[in-house]
Ligand binder design. Sequence first.
Ligand code: ADP
Ligand code: ZN
Ligand code: ZN
Length: 739
Amino acid sequence: MTHPIIIQIAVPVPLYGLFDYLLPASAEHIPVKGCRVQVSFGRKQLVGMVISVGSNSSFPLSKLKPISELIDIEPVLPDDLIKLLEWAASYYHHPLGDVIFSALPKQLRSGAAAELKCETHWALTEMGRQTDSCSLKRSPKQAALLSYLQNMPETELTASQLNTNWNNWRSPMRALVEKSLLVATEKTQTATISEYSPNTTQKSPKFQLNQQQADAANDVIQALGHYQTFLLQGITGSGKTEVYLQVIESALATNLQVLVLVPEISLTPQLTRRFSERLHVPIASLHSGLNDTQRHSGWVQASKGLARVVIGTRSALFTPLPELGLIILDEEHDASFKQQEGFRYHARDLALVRARNKNIPVLLGSATPCFESLENVYRDQYRLLQLTRRGATGAQPPKVSLLDVCRQPMEDGISELLLKKIEEHLQNKGQVLLFLNRRGYAPLLMCHECGWTTVCHRCDANLTLHQHNKRLRCHHCGYEKAAPVQCPQCQHESLILPGAGTERIELALTEKFPALVISRIDRDTTRRKGELDKKLNQARTGEAQILIGTQMLAKGHDFPNVTLVGILNADQGLFSADFRGTEHMAQQIIQVSGRAGRGERAGEVIIQTHHPEHPLLHTLLHTGYAGFAKQALEERRLASFPPYSYMVIVRCDAIQKEHGQVFLHECQQAFTYQGIQLFGPLPAPMERRAGRYRWQLILISDERKKLHGALGQWVPAMSKMKSANKVRWSIDIDPQDMF
Ligand code: ADP
Ligand code: ZN
Ligand code: ZN
């Protein structure tokens, strides 16, 4: 009698552990690790992944179900990635099935073949080239598309390219094909952006690197082929991207693939363009702006070795790359590298694990490295590479000053002194950028008579007034309602609006400078597709003279005409309840300041503050980010906060207030261990959110091993606690905020 074959399978469910299934006798082959199979799970059919094949199970054979269907012959996930995901599941104490399936693009999660699909390409016919688009006046959309195609450098377009610039283009496109002005051809999808790079007329120049850049690039190039982490610390405009490009060229020349992770999608178009102009290899860009088919295609191209460079956001870290030889993380301090829900991983930390497993170098780059990375430099774990000169373009670093606004006349969040400066710069034909990390018109509506304020009935938060539609909106749960004209409590019509958001600044400045183009860039003004790109262009070309924005404006953009940066509410970050609050504040100030004077003219940065004597602001201004970080790290050391200790937050929320407390209390009773400090159960800083009460339990230890060892026992026990059924709970390893 032959032994039954038992397959251990990870399924996409929030349950710890793997599940045993039998290989049916009818199976045509024995699947290997990394192949997908279909199984019945409870009442559902799920796509699962084979983790191991054996002949034993801890369950009686009679209880095991057979696999319903084999999907793959070849594994979709290579061994090295499964190993990384297994490591991540164990480090983040998250169910392996959920980890594996959140690393796959959606179409693969639902069982699609890991093959390239066909995509339609549209090109002008001879008639299309000759036809005057004005003759299509009666169908303006068709006319616009035709003229677009006639005026672009590429000879053909794909759906992915059209999607980035057009909405609802399919039906006018069909009409143009019917009129024989265009032809549509089906082609196998190739890498997303490389295709039109050889055709683009303008190529970005390759520079002679300056000495610092050359040294940095050489150090990394020397390390190709073995594991080493580099931290490239270079002020904005010092030429980090140029270093990346030259290192990548070296890696590509020896037939290696390169993975580049970037924080935000808004940065990707500019960066990918620069990459595709310089690197003449297929590049796949993977980010949340893609549809499922595009994402699938980029992933498959990378995994087959067709795409040689992958540029993507956080989750692109999990792209299979058989010849991966280098990982670059740009703006490594950026909080978006940490996933904040579900499988809460940090892409920076996992990039290091992937690199160590593969024995390849990692290059982290930032003007304002996170404290963890700096500490790793001090401990000789990372090699520090520095670019201290903005020498690349000859631009001078901006002059930064504090503007004491105590008792100063202020209107709509801007002091008179700052307003004067704004006028000065505008008169000298400079561009002005105002930074304020708050959307909407005012963060609060208040009755001057009785003190009534607008609070969200589902959250411990105020409702923000949005003036353009006169609505009050909660920025935490999305609840909104019309703004009242009189106080609902005392009926007086004496409602006032303390504080200012970007919308208010925009309106106030529009009134002051009616002839100027003022562009507000925040989540509210860039919701529509293509809008952000349009606005960034307006900013870059100088068409908009005043830019007002939230952190969207602070990151990585190059606005050569900006000569004045005004930071309107730096004080917010000075008194944050979060131990990372000051670190983030400093990073933000430096990053925003870096937008000034990138061009030929010197820049100026003015920080409005009510606390001009604050030691942190002083250190930052007088010793720069490095000095500031040294001092702030010393404070962290004294307080035993990360990176001098290891932190985990157990979070939970429930409709009823006591349920969360009871659950965490039960956890606390179970969590006894020497060398681990427990704080809580405590209400979360925002106790109520979207109608649920939130609690947290904070665990801190000097020894990571101790903490993780203990969690390994606790987490499975937690899921079995009775009180766990009444709450939603999660574990956040190395939390990035305490919120
Ligand atoms: P960072 O990424 O550090 O902000 P970039 O790589 O974008 O800096 O460089 C800033 C500007 O300087 C860019 O316009 C870039 O083209 C230019 N640049 C970079 N390195 C050099 C160099 N060695 N010589 C001349 N120009 C350079
Ligand atoms: Zn009132
Ligand atoms: Zn709310």
